[in-house]
Design a binder for this molecule. Structure first.
Ligand code: G2I
Length: 367
């Protein structure tokens, strides 16, 4: 009777020999590396195993929008602290959080996030100073002269509070209309101060914290279209006249109705060619599995292909607290498990979830 393949065992005497051979090979390899000047398989030779570390190796930051009221949730904080090296307060620096009443500033929640980040060596993006939304009703009630001074005072007070602690500020957010008009969006600032309000906001911001990078930030500007053309023309005009602007933020909220555009990289590149940095500021992509992972990978590769694309921020840590949670648009699921999209991002950044030989030697195990 023939033995089935599964019943075939190597003769007992061969098993230890194979094991000795493997050990000898490993030792031989170590000797070879040592003689070539490679003293260890750990350290810099090891692929980064977190988003922040992998991005840092590419000269970029990798951040997340953070809500102060979740920082006390242990897995939220540990995921944030382990994986990300930049944070953006999701709501805590907005006008309705920082100056709900005219002239009375409240920074408790924003301070909480900034302190959390600073004590862990993370960067902070400031979001946002002048925006039509989350704007207390008193602002819309002001006359032109009062509104001008309230806008400039708001920028100055908030920026001075965090002077030296914010690497980039979204000075003006979402000032253009959707659709094909390329026109400005109606807002108290636009309607009362006119087209010049953006320039005025940026000049005030430069004076308040000269070291911070000053960004214009918007959505639906991720590909070449009428809205992004309007922003492009604004930035080109500012650069030609010496109006201070350092960066453009591309929010990059994607779903099936608003997919990652095929000219995403080309669009980032044309802005960079104007002499500003570009940043992916609010990335989230609805979906799941491989399709979502591929989209995330493509976005990361586009940023890495543009030398002035200085960093990526995803708009939240976990699907559980996403502003559109039902679309599961983030890198960690509701239980903080890494999704396929996480793996795609890490590998696009050149990192690896698999720990290498050096980790095994140091007893850290292989995931
Ligand atoms: O809408 C997505 C983003 C688009 N670009 C600018 C971002 O600032 C914006 O963020 C979202 C936040 O993720 C939401 O969390 O902005 C929303 C408001 O426009 C935020 O939602 C608000 C709710 O509308 C409020 O009811 C709630 O009190 O969040 C507040 C704080 O939880």
């Amino acid at each position: 009777m023939m033995a089935t393949p599964t019943s075939i065992e190597p003769p007992p005497e061969r098993r230890p020999r194979r094991s000795r051979t493997r050990t000898a090979l490993a030792l031989g390899m170590a000797g070879l590396l040592a003689s070539a000047g490679v003293t260890a398989l750990t350290g810099t030779a090891e692929a980064a195993s977190t988003l922040g570390a992998a991005a840092a190796e590419k000269g970029r930051y990798f951040g997340a929008a953070v809500a102060a009221n979740h920082l006390g949730e242990a897995p939220y904080a540990s995921t944030l602290n382990t994986e990300f090296n930049s944070v953006t307060p999701e709501n805590e620096m907005k006008w309705d959080a920082t100056e709900r009443t005219r002239g009375s500033f409240t920074f408790g929640s924003a301070d909480q996030i900034v302190n959390h980040a600073q004590s862990r060596g993370m960067k902070v993006r400031g979001h946002t100073l002048v925006w039509h939304s989350q704007l207390p009703s008193w602002v819309a009630g002001l006359g032109t002269a009062d509104l001008r001074s309230a806008m400039n005072n708001h920028i100055t007070q908030v920026m001075q509070r965090y002077k030296g602690k914010i690497h980039s500020w979204d000075v003006v957010n979402e000032a253009f209309q959707d659709g094909n008009s390329g026109a400005r969006r109606s807002s108290p600032f636009q309607d009362k101060l006119g087209n010049g309000f953006i320039e005025e906001a940026f000049r005030t911001a430069r004076a308040a914290d000269p070291a911070a990078k000053l960004c214009y930030n918007d959505y639906n500007t991720d590909g070449v279209n009428a809205k992004s053309n309007a922003v492009y023309n604004l930035v080109r005009d500012f650069k030609s006249r010496g109006v201070p602007i350092d960066c453009v933020g591309f929010q990059s909220h994607f779903n099936s109705a608003s997919p990652v555009p095929s000219d995403y990289q080309a669009n980032l590149q044309r802005f960079a060619a104007l002499g500003v940095d570009v940043q992916i500021t609010e990335l989230d992509i609805e979906g799941s599995g491989t399709a979502q992972a591929n989209n995330y990978g493509n976005v990361v590769r586009a940023c890495l292909a543009v030398s002035r694309c200085t960093g990526i921020t995803v708009w939240g840590v976990t699907d559980k607290y996403s502003w559109r949670a039902s679309g599961t648009p983030l890198l960690f699921d509701g239980n903080y498990a890494k999704k396929p999209a996480y793996g795609a991002v890490l590998s696009a950044l050149g990192g690896s979830q698999r720990r290498l030989y050096g980790d095994v030697q140091q007893g850290r195990g292989v995931e």
